[in-house]
Design a protein around this ligand. Structure first.
Ligand code: NAD
Length: 351
């Protein structure tokens, strides 16, 4: 399967960008562009080493290929990382220079936001490139993708509830939401609106305070991973599902937007053994990139929620496929992504 590819680096193209004047050091990884221009956010993070940054960007860009393919988007997968502490080295000059590097790839890579890069930062990056999504609405973009990511995760959660309990209605269900940031806060709001009983946790006092003030029905807890809830929704950082944490989980369903929830791929088996239904993160969290693709294709903003709602059907399809074939949901989602990419490749072949 790696014929014609470097076995350890099956990515299409990896570009190292540096500009000593502004202190910019970035890596852009295009994993696969079979389905279209490769779309994925830029992460600004103080990686300890270049090797750590490279590992992260290679892993994240591969994840974007699967996320975009399984969501049925006409976009390939890519990701970029800027190395350094955004609180100290981020400057307009650095971001604009980074934008010019993105521009130099001629549209093969289209960037968006991620951890450490806000919609306002994307406005600045956009001074250097046309290939940028998620700028502020005043700058002509579709704005922060957090709310649409939450909306997609909400529909994934409804589909998982239907698969588990025979009804997508979340009224009366208990849900533990971990992380009350851009995605988690909005997911909690949607769940409360749907009549669910929500317990939530966040390590940040201001994030908890906002919920206490604006959503008083929500019960705030130290942690939710082992809470007595029907559904556990990870919306903070990834890797909370470990061989140590899984035995403590009391939820019957796990579905959230946090990227890379499995600490290692093998722990998914452990979830299945415990009878816990897990919705692969790259299926549940596609609302943000769906918004990005809509922006790219100039689909009107008001049509975006309808597109994001399709995550309900995708989740149902993945869970059905897993059940019918007796495989794990992660494998089912990857199969679906592979099929879409292979079909597109076959279509691309002359004759
Ligand atoms: P964010 O930075 O706005 O919020 C994350 C929140 O998690 C913060 O409030 C932080 O205090 C909290 N947190 C950190 N560690 C925690 C812990 N151990 N326990 C409880 N809370 C903790 O990020 P976001 O944009 O809301 O993204 C949340 C997750 O969803 C991330 O994993 C991100 O990669 C993923 N995701 C986000 C988007 C998007 O559009 N924003 C799209 C796809 C996936």
């Amino acid at each position: 399967p790696v014929l014609g590819r470097f076995p350890d680096f099956p990515h299409e193209q990896v570009t190292f960008c540096q500009d000593p004047e502004t202190g910019l050091r970035a890596i852009i990884a295009i994993h696969d562009s079979t389905l279209g221009p490769a779309v994925g956010g830029t992460r600004f993070h103080p990686y300890a080493t270049e090797a750590e940054a490279l590992t992260d960007v290679l892993r994240l860009s591969r994840g974007m290929t699967y996320k975009n393919a399984v969501a049925g988007l006409p976009c390939g997968g890519a990701k970029a990382v800027i190395i350094g502490d955004p609180d100290t080295i981020k400057s307009e000059a650095l971001l604009e220079t980074y934008g010019r590097f993105v521009q130099s790839l001629g549209g093969r890579y289209v960037t968006a936001g991620d951890v450490g890069i806000s919609a306002a930062d994307l406005d600045v990056i956009g001074r250097g490139t046309d290939h940028v999504l998620g700028r502020t609405t005043s700058a002509g973009g579709y704005g922060d993708s957090g709310p649409m990511t939450a909306y997609g995760a909400f529909h994934a959660l409804r589909a998982a509830a239907a698969a588990r309990w025979g009804t997508a209605d979340l009224a009366g269900r208990t849900v533990g939401v971990e992380g009350l940031g851009k995605v988690g806060y909005e997911l909690v709001r949607l769940l409360v609106e749907a009549g669910a009983t929500v317990t939530a946790a966040d390590i940040s006092a201001p994030a908890r305070e906002r919920v206490r003030r604006e959503l008083p029905a929500v019960l705030l807890a130290e942690r939710v991973i082992d809470a007595p809830v029907d559904i556990y929704a990870p919306c903070a950082l990834g890797a909370t599902l470990t061989s140590d944490s899984i035995p403590t989980i009391r939820a019957a369903v796990i579905c959230g937007a946090a990227n890379n929830q499995l600490a290692t791929p093998d722990v998914e088996e452990q979830l299945a053994e415990r009878g816990i239904l897990w919705v692969p993160d790259f299926v549940a969290s596609a609302g943000g990139v769906t918004t990005g693709c809509a922006e790219y294709r100039r689909i009107p903003l008001e049509e975006v929620p309808g597109q994001v709602e399709r995550i309900f059907d995708t989740t149902t399809e993945v869970l059905d496929l897993a059940r019918r074939q007796g495989i794990l949901p992660g494998a089912a989602a990857e199969d679906l992504a592979h099929t879409r990419i292979q079909q597109a490749r076959a279509g691309l072949k002359p004759g």
